[in-house]
Design a protein around this ligand. Sequence first.
Ligand SMILES: [Zn+2]
Length: 370
Amino acid sequence: MRWAIRLGRIAGIEVRIHLTFFLLLAWLGLMDYQDGGPAAAVHGLVLICLVFLCVLLHEFGHAMAARRYGIRTPDITLFPFGGVARIERMPDKPREEIVIALAGPMVNVVIAFVLWLVLLGFRLPTDDVMTRFTGAIPFQLLAINVLLVLFNMLPAFPMDGGRVLRALLAMRMEHARATQIAARIGQFLAIGLGLVGLFGRHVGLPENPMLILVAIFVFAAAGNEAGAAQMKSVTRGLTVSVAMVTDFKSLPRNASLGEAADLLLHSSQHEFPVVDPDGTLRGLFTRTELVMALRQAGPAAPVIDAMSEDFPIVHPQTPFDEALQMMQQRECSVLPVTDEEGRLVGLFTLENVGEMMMVRGAIAQSRRSP
Ligand SMILES: [Zn+2]
């Protein structure tokens, strides 16, 4: 992830912090400083750091529960709006997903309970000057942990409550459908939050610009989740062969860049494989690479000097999800498909994947609605 710095590794999980988090710290520190001077600023910063420690522990709750089911969490990143544990995959069993989703908020319940016991034990005075800034922290932290539990348990994606709701729904309906319902509720909630953030002050609520940011994040995350679930349900059990382009033009290895440019102009293809006379794949050109090479070497230069040879290859029987993941990891929009002997048999392109999804989605829809 860009713009995130590593803090270290705890229990095999990399902990990272997004640089925008420091902007939040600076902004909050400045606000508190203006309100109450240096003491208030220090108090504010200590509090926000402790809050984020609670958020981090919350994410570790999810990660540790996932580990129980053999699912790894490579990293946890802290953003200004909260933490994100990148859990490798969600379990397919709804019961396990519920346990993982609840493990996060449970951590905050435990923290709140411990703070409550501490406060009961010490009976801290709340009104004298000494404790005005420092003594208030346990109270505030207790309140914030309670709020974190309530917010996270809202039954809407991407909150943990949304996952619980989805898992409960998935026990009696298709997984993608359950996700769609939970995501839709999440988006309605986001619109509500956004409206409160924008217009709340007109009805006497405190002004809260953070709420608008949270609303945008919730809306986008809910949409993403629905899209991913749709994708997963549509592609389950499929292989690369169902969505690869088999009608395409390739370039012979002795072709020139000028010939490649001709092919680009006279076809709708954006990527061109370079092959031996027997069909063995030698290299690959994207439109951008071709234009760059033309500019640098001119039309007479041979394609083999300018083509790229470092790209992932898939086979017709490669699982669909695996190929998609490969594309995302390598940030490429095309994967050549070869047979056992290394001969090119097709191209797996993002464009074609999109078309296949549309067709499959439409067929699934027509089956659902009588
Ligand atoms: Zn959570």
